[in-house]
Design a protein around this ligand. Structure first.
Ligand code: HPA
Length: 277
């Protein structure tokens, strides 16, 4: 965990370098593309690509299916700053390191964050291939990016997580999905640290707690984004049923294979939402 001025100084340096690499592009929408969902960044027009390793003070992606670069350009008629691959806690990053690119986006002018991932379903009514709009989250990572000696350099220490996922953005996502004939659910997302998948007992417990989906990302990003007042939309692709449900035993390659089959609808949904912002 970094102390007050170090975090602020690091973000200032990173923002300075990244802004220069954007060559005048002024992004207002941030997009985090999760496992297997990275190809959407290739549809961004007039794009500048900046690998995370070229942004000082930022960690890079090591997970399979995560390219590890920013792609900035036009999507759905808006200037978008996409993360083609994210940072996870299970890669050995602390919560602030996971949150760092979200705060960096905010410094560059991003006010709306769309964060996406592949997730396992706990709700038996969900089907593999469905999209699930996050209605709320349970942070089961045991970590919080604001838990630091003096987080007030970015904003207040205590802040509400009510309507963390913006109701208006959720309504737009439902409308776009209905218009385009894409099956979407809305549910409670639970973020675990990973990288082991859950046990069947954990899946049963999470379901009793009211979770509909589970994965290994997103929660720290959402907390960081809300801390600095960004509006957030979260969308999961249901890539598998949770471990033990109907005998499911998820694997990493299954998650990526399912994501591949849903690329077109994912692009249509996300681009459609951005066009409505
Ligand atoms: N559990 C945790 N993370 C995941 C899953 C899952 O079932 N599917 C995709 N990411």
């Amino acid at each position: 965990m970094l102390e007050r001025n170090i975090l602020d100084d690091n973000l200032t340096l990173s923002a300075y370098v990244l802004r220069r690499r954007l060559e005048g592009r002024e992004p207002t929408v941030g997009l985090v593309l999760g496992s297997g969902l990275n190809p959407l960044a290739d549809e961004i027009a007039d794009a500048a690509s900046i690998p995370y390793v070229e942004v000082p003070r930022m960690k890079t992606s090591t997970a399979e299916g995560h390219v590890g670069r920013f792609v900035c350009g036009t999507l759905g008629g808006k200037c978008v700053l996409a993360m083609q691959g994210r940072l996870h806690g299970y890669e050995g990053n602390d919560a602030q390191e996971v949150a760092y690119p979200i705060w960096l986006m905010e410094r560059l002018g991003v006010r709306t964050l769309i964060t996406t991932n592949a997730a396992g379903a706990l709700n038996p009514n969900y089907e593999v291939g469905d999209f699930c709009i996050m209605g709320d989250q349970i942070n089961f990572t045991g970590r919080n990016p604001i838990a630091a000696p003096d987080p007030a350099n970015l904003s207040d220490r205590f802040f509400s997580m009510k309507d963390a996922f913006d109701p208006e953005l959720r309504a737009i996502a439902h409308d776009v999905a209905a218009e385009r004939g894409i099956r979407v659910q809305e549910g409670v997302y639970l973020g675990a640290l990973g990288p082991s998948f859950e046990t069947p007992a954990e899946i049963r417990m999470f379901r009793l707690w009211g979770a509909d989906t589970v994965a290994m990302s997103v929660c720290e990003e959402v907390i960081a984004a809300r801390h600095v007042g960004m509006r957030v939309l979260g969308i999961s692709l249901v890539s598998n049923m949770g471990c033990g449900i109907e005998g499911a035993s998820p694997t990493g390659s299954e998650v990526l294979d399912v994501a591949k089959t849903r690329e077109a609808d994912f692009a249509s949904l996300v681009t459609g939402v951005i066009a409505q912002l």
